[in-house]
Design a protein around this ligand. Structure first.
Ligand code: EPS
Length: 376
C-alpha cells in the first residue's frame, strides 16, 4: 500500500491518492471530514484555519459506501487559494525556505514555502482516516493527546482504561486531558501570541489492541519501530521521536526499565503480558502486544510575527525574515497528524503480513492469527 499527496498551501487544493487498499471497507467523506476537523480546530492555530471548511470529496475507489479495491483519490479544495502570488525573497530561519531555494535554483521562496507548508498534513490526515477504517475492522484503535507545550507538561500517565478519555481530550482546546494543565497551556499560547512568538511541544500517540508479532527483527528496513520513527519524523517541525519511555530508559538501570514477562491463561487480550510498558509495545522491531506508545517533539514553528534577522536573496542585504499570517502553536494538531501516520504504518504492515485483496480475506487471516496468540 502507498499514498501520494499533491498540492500547495495556497493552490487550488490538496489531493491524496491511495493505492493497494483492499476492497470492502466501509468509507464515507464524513469519516475523513471528522478527522480533518480534529486537525483544524485547536488553540494556537492561525486565522487560515477558520477560513478553510475542510470538507473533502472522494473522487474514486468507492461504490455504495465501500472501497472497491481500485485507487482511492480524495480532493480537498482550498477556500483560500490565490491565482497570483507575489514573490518572497527573504527566507525564514527554521523553514525549508533557504535550503529549498538553493537546491531548486530560485530566489522566490514561495515555490518552496507553498509545498513545505504544514497545509500538506491535511492530505496525510485524509490517508490516515482511510487507514483507520481498516484498523477499526480489526479492532485496533488509535488515540493521541498533548503531553507538553513549551515548558508546561502533563507528567502523569493518562487513564487509558477510562472510556471517556477521548471525549475529555477532544473537549480540551489544546487536546490535553488535564483541565488545569490545559488552562496553563492556553495561557502560555496567549503569551506567545502577544509577543509575536511561537511554541513547540510534545504529542503522544497510542495504538491499542495490536497483537504481538507485527513487524520483524530480520531486516533493518522492516523493523516496525524504524518505520514508525520515519513516518512520525516526516511530520513538519517534528525533531524527536520517542518510542515508549526511550529517554527515561536511557537514564536508568536495565532492571528498572525492562518490562517483566507474565503469563496468565485468562489474561485479556492475550495470555503473555507485561507488568509495565517502558518499551512502548515494540521489542526488536516487533510488536509485543502491549499498547504502542509514540511521542513526537515539535519545534516552535518558524514564521514569527516578530521576525528574526535574515538576508534578502536578491540584494544580499540583512533584513527581517518574511512574515505572513501564521499559527502560533500546532502541537495539538500534530497529535492528530501523528495518529494518521501511525495508522498508515500499521495498516500497511498488516496488509503486507496478512495479505488479501478484500477485507474479508484480511479479517479471516487476522482472526485466525489472534486465535493462535490467545491459545498460547
Ligand atoms: C502555514 C501558514 C498558515 C497555516 C498553514 C501553514 O497558513 P496561511 O499562510 O494561509 O495563513 O495556517 O497551515 C495550514 C493551512 C494547515 O492546513 O495546516 C505555513 O506557512 O506553513
Amino acid at each position: 500500500m502507498r499514498f501520494l499527496t499533491a498540492g500547495e498551501s495556497h493552490g487550488r487544493g490538496l489531493v491524496t491518492i491511495i493505492e493497494g487498499f483492499p476492497r470492502g471497507v466501509s468509507l464515507s467523506e464524513e469519516d475523513i471530514n471528522l478527522e480533518l476537523d480534529r486537525r483544524r480546530r485547536s488553540y494556537g492555530r492561525g486565522r487560515r484555519m477558520s477560513i478553510e471548511s475542510e470538507r473533502c470529496e472522494i473522487y474514486s475507489g468507492l461504490k455504495d459506501g465501500k472501497t472497491i479495491g481500485s485507487p482511492i483519490s480524495i480532493v480537498l479544495s482550498n477556500v483560500d487559494w490565490q491565482k497570483e502570488q507575489a514573490p518572497i525573497h527573504v527566507p525564514r530561519p527554521g523553514h525549508a525556505d533557504l535550503p529549498g531555494a538553493i537546491k531548486y535554483h530560485t530566489n522566490d521562496i514561495r515555490d518552496i514555502w507553498e509545498r513545505a507548508s504544514a497545509r500538506e498534513t491535511a492530505s496525510r490526515v485524509m490517508a490516515g482516516a482511510v487507514a483507520k477504517k481498516l484498523l477499526k475492522e480489526l479492532g485496533i484503535k488509535i488515540i493521541s493527546f498533548t503531553r507538553s507545550i513549551g515548558p508546561i507538561a502533563l507528567e502523569k500517565d493518562i487513564e487509558v482504561k477510562d472510556t471517556n478519555i477521548e471525549k475529555i481530550i477532544e473537549e480540551s482546546p489544546v487536546r490535553c486531558p488535564d483541565k488545569n494543565i490545559s488552562e496553563d497551556m492556553t495561557r502560555l499560547i496567549d503569551e506567545a501570541t502577544e509577543k509575536g512568538d511561537t511554541l513547540g511541544g510534545v504529542f503522544e500517540v497510542i495504538a491499542f489492541d495490536v497483537p504481538p508479532g507485527i513487524g520483524t527483527h530480520t531486516h533493518w528496513d522492516r523493523r516496525l519501530d524504524g518505520l514508525i520513527a520515519q513516518a512520525i519524523m516526516s511530520i513538519p517541525s517534528v525533531k524527536v521521536v520517542e518510542i515508549g519511555s526511550g529517554f527515561y530508559s536511557s537514564q536508568n538501570f536495565g532492571s528498572q526499565v525492562l518490562d517483566v514477562i507474565r503469563y496468565n491463561k485468562n489474561h485479556s487480550p492475550w495470555p503473555f503480558y507485561r507488568e509495565t510498558n517502558f518499551a512502548g509495545g515494540i521489542e526488536g522491531g516487533i510488536t509485543n502486544g502491549e499498547p504502542i506508545i509514540i511521542r513526537g517533539a515539535v519545534k516552535p514553528i518558524p514564521t514569527l510575527k516578530k521576525p528574526l534577522p535574515s538576508i534578502n536573496l536578491i540584494s544580499k542585504e540583512e533584513t527581517e525574515a518574511a512574515v505572513l499570517r501564521s499559527d502560533v502553536c500546532i502541537v495539538p494538531s500534530a497529535g492528530v497528524i501523528g495518529e494518521a501516520m501511525l495508522a498508515w504504518v500499521l495498516a500497511d504492515k498488516i496488509i503486507e503480513e496478512f495479505g488479501g485483496n478484500t477485507i474479508e480475506e484480511i479479517k479471516s487471516r487476522f482472526s485466525q492469527y489472534l486465535e493462535y496468540v490467545r491459545s498460547l
